[in-house]
Ligand binder design. Structure first.
Ligand code: PFF
Length: 454
């Protein structure tokens, strides 16, 4: 079976695929509103520290498990710890990404809906209350969001069924460079708007009084989500990286791209938010409610520029969401192919049916199923909370404990030298080992408890 396994072409394509998983709605939708809600520049400083000191070591741990075994999540655990309870970590990290995919596809679908609107009617409501109710009505109406959710998931199915090289690698190779170009164009437009300077100042001048324990926990949680940690996607993609590749270099490259993209997205959105005179702490509705408002407002002056930027913006969101969604899809497919012996096509169909159904329930939970509550949450809210606050952190904790305390140190060391072909840097490995064994587990438990108490 190992001989038939597909591989990414080289280091750069592996980084593009991993960055494709990492860069998504988390960067364009979640990061800007978290910055807005949690203190601007101060949040960005904590976020940078969280990515480098916490998320990078966790990312490397998860990647090492996949790269070392060249297996999907369940197979990796069976290889490294056969016949033990660690197989549950293998199973957990099949379930987590599929639950995330189900609701992620709903938001991906909304983005397709907004993209459609940018092409057709455009955005004309230049009164913020009207924009908010248009958003609320759109997500609550049962059929259209369901249709867009279906389209989004179908897009994922088509890419994943083409395989690791001809589907996933190819899609990321084309889409990722394009995404960077698009987000830079949007940033330049946003910075050119009158009044945008206040947004730039907001992102650059830290107010240190806003560095609170809950801001720190939020930054750590955001870096977890943004780097797709603890969900088996990093493990699965790393299992497609050639044996003689250096995992440290791949990890550093991915984290650097993810950070850069989040920062550019921040500078693309916040200046526009300030230019339009909107409150930066608007929360999760920030891009879906305030951006159409901005497009309408700016469009009153030069309509065609605003329409073009709206199209570019929603193309960027849909594409970024797709590159992340296919990584989650692939985890389930790898499991069914490797552990259950299914053909790739059958596996793709089964995952489609399962995630479509759960996603449909999530979608309907904004309308007809709004009153169906699980632990006081709507179905969508429950899936989101369960995965981002608990399952991902729990999976991340288990990977860290597994690699830091169970795997032989020599095997882990080997991953830093591309299987002995590159020089070993003792200081870097020492820092990684310390962060992995002591800092990461404590930090994850802190996030976990903070989320529990919230
Ligand atoms: N990192 C993705 C984003 O920022 O949108 C979200 C994500 C992808 C989470 C894959 C979990 C996952 F397994």
């Amino acid at each position: 079976m190992a001989a038939q396994r597909e591989h990414f072409g080289g280091r750069f394509t592996a980084i593009l695929a991993l960055a494709g998983s990492a860069i998504g709605l988390g960067n364009i939708w979640r990061f800007p509103y978290m910055v807005g809600q949690t203190g601007g520049a101060a949040f960005i400083i904590i976020y940078l520290a969280a990515c480098l000191l916490l998320s990078l070591p966790i990312f490397l741990a998860e990647a090492i498990v996949g790269h070392n075994t060249h297996s999907g999540t369940y197979g990796a655990m069976e290889k490294l710890a056969p016949g033990t309870k660690w197989k549950w970590l293998g199973l957990l990290t099949v379930v987590t990404p599929l639950v995330i995919l189900s609701y992620y596809s709903v938001v991906g679908g909304w983005s397709i809906g907004y993209l459609w609107q940018s092409f057709t009617a455009g955005f004309r409501d230049n009164e913020i209350g009207a924009v908010s109710s248009a958003y609320a009505n759109f997500i609550a109406a049962p059929w259209r969001p369901l249709l867009f959710h279906t389209l989004f998931l179908l897009g994922c199915a088509v890419i994943v069924s083409a395989g690791v090289k001809s589907g996933i690698e190819k899609f990321n190779k084309i889409t990722m460079p394009l995404l960077f170009v698009l987000i830079v164009v949007i940033m330049v437009y946003s910075l050119s708007l009158p009044g945008s300077a206040a947004g730039v100042a907001y992102l650059l001048k830290p107010d240190f009084s806003r560095i609170t324990p809950s801001a720190i926990a939020a930054a750590m949680g955001q870096s977890f989500f943004s780097l797709s940690l603890g969900a088996g996607t990093i493990l699965t993609y790393a299992s497609y990286i050639r044996k003689d590749e250096n995992i440290l270099a791949t990890g550093l490259g991915t984290v650097a791209f993810d950070l850069l993209f989040a920062l550019i997205a921040g500078f693309a959105i916040m200046p526009a938010v300030f230019a339009a005179g909107i409150e930066p702490g608007a929360g999760p509705g920030l891009i879906f409610e305030t951006l159409p408002f901005i497009f309408a407002k700016m469009g009153a002056a030069v309509p065609w520029v605003s329409s073009v930027v709206a199209v570019l913006f929603f193309v960027t969101i849909v594409a970024a969401a797709l590159t992340s969604a296919i990584s989650m899809y692939e985890v389930g497919v790898a499991f069914l192919v490797e552990q259950r012996g299914l053909s790739r096509h059958k596996a793709v169909v089964l995952i489609f049916l399962g995630t479509w159904t759960l996603g449909a329930l999530c979608s309907l939970s904004f309308g007809p199923l709004a009153d169906t509550k699980i632990f006081g949450q709507t179905i969508f809210g429950f899936c989101d909370l369960l995965t981002s606050n608990f399952l991902m952190t729990f999976g991340g904790l288990l990977f860290v404990l597994f690699v830091g305390w169970k795997m032989p140190k020599a095997v882990v060391r080997d991953e830093f030298t591309a299987g002995g072909t590159e020089p070993f840097n003792k200081a870097i490995f020492g820092a990684f080992w310390f962060l992995l064994r002591y800092v990461a587990p404590i930090a994850i438990v802190v996030i976990f408890i903070t989320n529990f108490l919230a």
